[in-house]
Design a protein around this ligand. Structure first.
Ligand SMILES: [Zn+2]
Length: 237
């Protein structure tokens, strides 16, 4: 091999390594379509603002929830990834993954009567959605079902409008969302176990707190989630 060819190969190896590092540093998986991640983040922020509209500003998460959140991050090597605990004023026990790095809990989900184990379980589930890149996959599905010449922000609005009146239009999205819920539950078990929380805490939290989702069909029936979790918990060493 000539010295020049050797150099070219070395240059390629360095470039590949740099690319791999960038992909790793970015953390989240890439979207599987041409929806810009920034537009997905904007749609999620729009939801957060709507949920807190009555308050004027976003409430602060309570200190105990923050401690549980940080324990989960530290035990799973996720500090430094920019994840932040956030809060919203929605009534009832509720949580959301706010793409790309937010985990939001309703104020009710941070009440004194919610145990640390329950807090950990709900936080682990939402962190799992973020780690698995579900928001981008769901955005791609919404974009496929409701394209708009005005871009993804408008398409997402259009999707939500249409989904309310027409369940069959939204059925492929709901199917994907249900699969994501089961994936997030299974992934959450690993996050909980690493942080020293009982894997059973997720099933217990769901059984005690889960309520019907306003967007019909986006979440599996509770019985299906609990059955899948029972199998996954049994497999935990
Ligand atoms: Zn979920």
């Amino acid at each position: 091999m000539s010295a020049g060819a050797g150099l070219r190969i070395a240059e390629r190896v360095v470039r590949c390594a740099a690319f791999a590092w960038l992909a790793f540093a970015a953390g989240a998986p890439a979207a599987s379509c041409d929806v810009a991640p920034g537009e997905v983040a904007a749609v999620h922020e729009r939801h957060m603002r709507a949920l807190n509209a009555a308050l004027g500003e976003e409430p602060r998460p309570v200190a105990r929830a923050q401690r549980v959140f940080e324990r989960l991050l530290a035990a799973n090597g996720l500090e430094g990834r920019g994840y932040a605990l956030r809060a919203y004023a929605m009534r009832g026990f509720n949580a959301s993954a706010i793409y790309p790095r937010g985990v939001a809990l309703s104020l009710v989900a941070m009440d004194d009567d919610v145990s640390d184990e329950e807090l950990a379980a709900v936080l682990a589930h939402e962190l799992a959605h973020l780690e698995l890149g579900h928001a981008l996959d769901q955005a791609c599905e919404q974009w496929r079902l409701a394209r708009s010449p005005l871009g993804f922000l408008d398409a997402a609005r259009e999707f939500e409008r249409e989904a309310v009146d027409n369940p069959s239009f939204a059925a492929p999205f709901a199917r994907l969302s249900r699969a994501h819920e089961l994936q997030a539950d299974a992934f959450a078990l690993r996050l909980l176990q690493a942080a020293g929380y009982a894997p059973l805490s997720l099933s217990q939290m769901l059984a005690a707190r889960a309520v019907a989702n306003p967007l019909a069909g986006t979440h599996p029936e509770l019985a299906e989630r609990l059955a899948a979790l029972a199998i996954a918990v049994a497999a935990v060493p």
